[in-house]
Design a protein around this ligand. Structure first.
Ligand code: SF4
Ligand code: SF4
Length: 412
């Protein structure tokens, strides 16, 4: 069990916590959650309201980044969810979420999800879905891209660098992600192109699966382990595994923690985690060239720092450096690393809080920018939906998409 008893109750985490910012209640702050968890660990019987307050945590890790005592609040809440699924169920959120996640992380479920998303792009179905879908899904569906390209994972893909003679090119594996590949396959195509631009040979193993983060965070550790083993095998032959979804990248880097010390998969999980690299970090390290000309005078972007990139992986500057190098102007929004409320399946389990955080994030997007750059599919859907709800026309896209448009697109 993770030890949270080192909390010194200093309160430095309170201003960083999005749920505390919304409610102003101690019980929905990191310090309050630690207090409740400690009381339960000592044998107190929790009320349903206490369980709700703990479970309302977004696992955004903002508190962990500022905590001087390094209290792992998000991890501890995750563990509480896994240890006490019956309390989470009674509090009214977990069950529906877990069923959806279990279905989504099977190959069949993923095909079904992709098919449903493609179907919903037709104008008639789009209108129908706006009438019949429950509120959280209705709002999210508004953030879906208007056209859906083919998924990259249907065929083994190799970059053009394969056919070029000579040189010891780095062979990298591209992780596709389940939601990313189903909804934002274009971003995967663009990622492969940019990796090719910096001279890599890109491999897309067909046997790769969902990273397992959704299963793990919804309490299904066995499914998360099965998915991790599949990915360890799928990527064993590549030097590095490039990940463009912040949530997946953070989870890959913690793969070793989901296996027991005695498990034969612990060492391979640790080895894979060490070879995982975030796409922004990779492209920054491998020096995408400078573009000496701005793409368009109106190409002003703002950045939303996805929680699992900024707080969990400590990656912020490479996004900014890459966009500037590509010729964009970057205008910062306030609290760029405050959670947008997407948080995995939080939209399904906590629609009211997710909605408030979405509205707040959309309101923070500066009026003068033409778009938002971010790095997680959930954030892309959530912020796009928030902007559309507010009647605003700005486009939300992955940082890689904006970069691709500057280097390959016709925006020039
Ligand atoms: S969790 Fe960390 S920052 Fe928050 S009150 Fe405890 S010690 Fe302070
Ligand atoms: S992980 Fe995020 S939502 Fe949860 S207590 Fe920490 S700051 Fe608050």
């Amino acid at each position: 069990m993770i030890d949270t008893s080192v909390c010194v109750h200093c309160g430095l985490c309170l201003p960083a916590c999005p749920t505390y910012q919304e409610t102003g209640m101690e019980s929905s702050s990191p310090r309050g959650r630690v207090f409740l968890l400690e009381a339960i660990a000592k044998g107190a019987e929790p009320s349903l309201e206490s369980v709700r307050q703990i479970d309302e945590c977004l696992d955004c890790r903002a508190c962990e980044e500022v905590c001087p005592a390094h209290v792992p609040v998000g991890h501890r809440v995750d563990q509480f969810r896994r240890d006490h699924p019956q309390w989470i169920r009674q509090s009214g959120s977990g069950m529906r979420e877990q069923r959806v996640v279990r279905w989504l992380t099977t190959p069949l479920g993923l095909h079904g999800f992709h098919w449903a998303v493609r179907m919903s792009q037709g104008p008639r179905l789009r209108r129908l879905s706006q009438r019949w879908l429950p509120l959280p899904l209705k709002s999210l569906s508004r953030g879906l891209p208007k056209t859906m390209p083919r998924q990259l994972g249907r065929a083994r893909w190799r970059s053009k660098a394969v056919s070029e003679p000579g040189g010891n090119r780095l062979v990298v594996g591209l992780f596709l992600g389940c939601v990313m590949d189903a909804v934002f396959a274009t971003t995967n195509h663009h990622t492969a192109d940019l990796l090719s631009d910096v001279g890599c040979i890109v491999e897309v193993p067909m046997s790769q699966r969902c990273c397992g983060a959704l299963s793990f965070h919804s309490g299904d550790i066995e499914q998360a382990r099965r998915l991790a083993v599949a990915n360890i095998k799928a990527f064993e032959s590549v030097a590095e595994v490039v990940v463009n979804a912040a949530g997946c990248g953070a989870f890959f880097k913690e793969y070793a923690e989901i296996f027991a010390e005695s498990s034969p998969w612990q060492a391979p999980a640790k080895a894979l985690a060490a070879r995982v690299v975030d796409v922004h970090q990779f492209l920054d390290d491998h020096r995408l060239p400078n573009l000496d000309q701005r793409p368009l005078p109106e190409a002003r972007l703002t950045i939303h720092d996805a929680c699992h990139l900024a707080h969990a992986q400590g990656i912020r500057q490479p996004l900014r450096d890459l966009l500037l190098r590509a010729g964009y102007q970057v205008i910062e929004m306030p609290e760029a690393d405050r959670c947008c409320g997407s948080a995995g399946t939080y939209n399904l389990s906590h629609p009211a809080m997710a909605h408030r955080l979405k509205q707040k994030k959309a309101a923070d997007v500066p009026q003068e920018v033409s778009g938002v750059a971010t790095s997680n599919p959930g954030c892309m859907l959530q912020i796009q939906a928030g902007l559309q709800d507010a009647g605003r026309l700005q486009r939300v896209a992955h940082t890689v998409d904006w970069l691709w448009e500057a280097y390959h697109g016709n925006s020039r």
